[in-house]
Design a protein around this ligand. Structure first.
Ligand code: ATP
Length: 260
């Protein structure tokens, strides 16, 4: 973790008369893994969507976002986004190979054949078994876990520097979820990406992140290194999230995290 990649001040988002995000200020550090944690409706998705330029039409966003680079990162090129439901982000009518190759062709300027080869290598990287056959398959022919791996491959096809995973594992069963978290961990390290990982599960966040940002009712109530947030939570909302998670309240785990 080195310099600030992005400086956000007083970000506020409104949907019609409803304020979904209130005055959020934070620095996103280059190369960090930041977990965005909070209960349902706390504004997590709104926050990452605002950062990625993905807010729906009609949403009003105020505040300043200052990127360290000359140009703001572009979604699909510099920012890869993985949604909770891979079925919603994959085109049911297109073969997997075409979907993953598409981003690489468009953003990396590869020929179709080179993009296709790149896509197959990505499927292997996200540990899809029998990648050549899966390249020819349609989304409905894959399991939920495989579809999420494909969605991750598609999100990183343009070699983005920032990866945003918005509840990308919450629709999966616990074993597959753990596998995908491990995969994200490896991909982010290998490709030196900055990761924003949205989850309502503070335990999951603590396995993957360097820092945790806790949201409640659209407010950023706490942000800090995982060990500090878990062992010395400053906000009662963070305490509630931890208390709601039996494993995290067990002294050995807190001690382990605090000393790591
Ligand atoms: N497109 C929208 N139009 C109107 N209100 C919205 C829209 N998207 C979100 N909201 C509202 O904004 C608030 C924050 O929603 P958001 O989806 O950001 O929360 P979240 O923490 O990601 O929740 P979840 O974990 O359930 O996805 C909620 O009250 C939600 O109902």
């Amino acid at each position: 973790m080195t310099a600030a990649l992005c400086n956000l001040s007083n970000m506020t988002v409104r949907y019609g008369g409803r304020t979904a995000l209130s005055d959020v200020s934070l620095n996103l550090m280059a190369g960090e893994r930041l977990a965005i944690v909070g209960e349902s409706g706390s504004g997590k998705s709104t926050f990452v969507r605002a950062l990625a330029g993905l807010l729906p039409r009609g949403a009003i966003c105020d505040g300043q976002v200052h990127w360290a680079s000359d140009q703001a990162p572009r979604l699909g090129r510099d920012i890869g986004f993985v949604f909770q439901d891979a079925s919603a982000s994959l085109n049911p009518l297109l073969r997997i190979g075409e979907q993953v190759a598409e981003g690489a062709k468009r953003h990396l300027g590869l020929t179709w054949q080179a993009a296709y080869d790149h896509a197959q290598a990505l499927l292997e990287q996200v540990r899809i078994a029998n990648a050549p056959a899966v390249m020819r398959a349609y989304p409905h022919q894959l399991s939920g876990g495989q579809r999420q791996r494909v969605a991750i491959a598609a999100a990183i096809a343009s070699r983005p520097s920032i990866l945003i995973a918005d509840e990308a594992t919450s629709a999966l069963d616990t074993v597959v979820q753990a596998d995908i978290v491990k995969l994200l961990d490896e991909l982010v390290s290998k490709n030196a990406m900055t990761l924003l990982f949205v989850t309502h599960d503070i335990a999951l966040a603590s396995n993957l992140a360097d820092r945790i940002a806790v949201f409640k009712h659209g407010h950023l109530v706490e942000i800090g290194p995982v060990a500090d947030v878990l062992s010395k939570p400053r906000s009662s909302d963070t305490q509630d999230l931890i208390a709601g998670h039996f494993d995290l309240t067990s002294p050995p785990l807190i001690a382990e995290v605090a000393t790591s």
